[in-house]
Write a protein that binds this ligand. Sequence first.
Ligand code: CA
Length: 405
Amino acid sequence: MARSASLPNTVVIDVPEQSLYGTGNLPYGVFSPGDGAPRGGVRIGDWVLDLAVLLNDDVFTEPTLNAFMAQGYQRWAEVRALIEEAVAGPVPQKAVYAHDAVRMHLPFAVADYVDFYASEHHAMNVGRLFRPTAESLLPNWRHLPVGYHGRAGTVVVSGTEIVRPRGQRKAPAADQPTYGDSHRLDIEAEIGFVVGTGSSLGVPVPSTDFSRHVFGAVLVNDWSARDIQAWEYVPLGPLLGKSFATSVSPWVVPLQALQAARVPGVVQDPLPLPYLREDQPWGLDIQMSVAWNGHEVSRPPYRTMYWSPAQMLAHMTVNGANLRTGDLYASGTVSGPEIPERGSFLELTWNGTEPVQVGGQTRRFLEDGDEVVITATAPGCDGSRLGFGEVRGRIGPSTTASPSL
Ligand code: CA
């Protein structure tokens, strides 16, 4: 609750002990209060605090977090300490909004978007499905974090309707491709990492500089049209099967909040090249959940990922490509070793051959009107858990195609 304080026009924020949004979390987002313009906020308990008012800092009147993120990791730590200090006492009433009453926006302007493929279980499953007669893992997979450049302009915030993509696809037994609605529309449950400060062109960023450049983490749903993807991806990788939309959660969990979620990394064999080695390899113990039309169908465990976020960052820049504020790189589908830990429906239904029951209905891939919600929690400091909020998307019917198509 926010209750009246002894000072006029102030309230005290009470956070229930079990809240996923205690002072150990403090995720940043961009919200609209009522009819107001988008501005920076922090979530605490069931409240959103207007940071420009709370901290008297104009950088949070911006419609994205980019200007704040560009101020650098030392400023991120200072602001986090200022927020902790502010919410420990009475806060101005005009800084406090109920979380349910505000509209959330894309929290940062996305610069470049790269999507990796860092789960060994996912890569093995996809290999078995797409190349059943070959080795499941291609020869490069254990030597480098495989990835591709996605489409930054179609990264959308949670809640945005996903229009069913159309495109060219060819059934294995068909002679010719056809054009039309994707019939194999899927999800990929991922964690995304948001770059706060850029780097210089030509200068690789070592894995040890991860926390200087990466501001925080979000949930990602990399919507995927499997029929379009399967026909187009050879030999250069996915394009239109992925680029129609990628959803992200509105709250960016700061790296500082994820300190207690760090766990030892998985064993990497063979030892990667020196630029990918870490003195103490680490992963993140983020427990994800995927709900299909309100029914949980999977619980992907991020701690099982093969390549770490710092290794992905080092690899992304090892050729001299520079980082920019707002770059987003995602982990790739998070799949654990067990069936109910698979982070895509392609894997969960084994390419549609093993349908799942969702609330009494049979599902292989997404149908119009279906809704997917991905959530996640992680260990916080002092034994608490922290939440990532959610990334939600509902499938809408495809738009009518031009007759000439
Ligand atoms: Ca992906």
